[in-house]
Design a protein around this ligand. Structure first.
Ligand code: ADP
Ligand code: MG
Length: 208
């Protein structure tokens, strides 16, 4: 199974549905160490991303993801909008046509590079990067080992969820939570949590 245009569209619709279901939890996490808008930011962004698929005639999976990224950048005011927006644009640019798992791994890696280029966060700074980095490593390793798309995505989702949980004891060094200093410890990072949601949704979407 290749990652193709219908899968890309299904992924974006599934993210919107997952965010719709989980926005209160994301906002609660952001209330603890941020300003309590992460759930509503992503809800607004992905609802707009789904609306932007209407009337789009994508010539490949990348066109869907690029449009999603552009929409997130324009509709989400918080830090997560430009970060996820740039990530989806980079993933889209790397997937002009249907792609096998190894190529999807490289596209997701390009998404991580975009997040890091814009946000300048290192692993361990308690951000999106802490879930995305292990997810890419797991996806890549699974693909290199011959895993199909659902299996590689499931490995990535497991790793992202572990990465998100592992942010709990960390002190934030980037973003709003960093203003809290030591008081940012003891809470799971909202952005790492939503990144885990993106990868879990990819796994669910690709599983037949
Ligand atoms: P804001 O912080 O502007 O209110 P959100 O609440 O939507 O934006 O997103 C907060 C999340 O963004 C944080 O939990 C963190 O994971 C992520 N984040 C913030 N700054 C950075 C950064 N420089 N690099 C990567 N991720 C970041
Ligand atoms: Mg916030």
């Amino acid at each position: 199974m290749d990652f193709d245009t219908p899968l890309a569209e299904a992924w974006i619709r599934a993210i919107a549905a997952a965010v719709e279901k989980e926005h209160a939890r994301l906002t609660e996490l952001d209330s603890a160490i941020g300003d309590g808008d992460h759930g509503s930011n992503l809800r607004r962004g992905f609802a707009a991303a789904v609306a932007a698929l209407d009337g789009l005639h994508p010539d490949g999976p990348g066109a869907v993801l690029t449009r999603t990224g552009t929409t997130l950048i324009s509709k989400v005011g918080g830090a997560s909008g430009p970060l996820y927006g740039k990530a989806f644009r980079a993933i889209g640019a790397a997937l002009p046509g249907p792609a096998a798992p190894a190529a999807v791994a490289e596209a997701l890696s390009a998404g991580l590079d975009a997040v890091r280029l814009l946000g300048k966060a290192e692993p361990g700074d308690k951000t999106i990067v802490d879930a995305w980095t292990p997810a890419v490593a797991a996806f890549r390793a699974a693909a290199a080992g011959g895993a199909d798309l659902p299996a590689a995505a499931a490995a990535a989702a497991d790793a992202a969820e572990q990465g998100a949980r592992d942010t709990t004891p960390l002190q934030a060094r980037k973003g709003r939570a960093s203003y809290l200093g030591e008081r940012s410890t003891g809470h799971q990072d909202p952005g790492a949590t939503s990144t885990a949601l993106l990868f879990r949704t990819l796994a669910d979407t690709t599983t037949p």
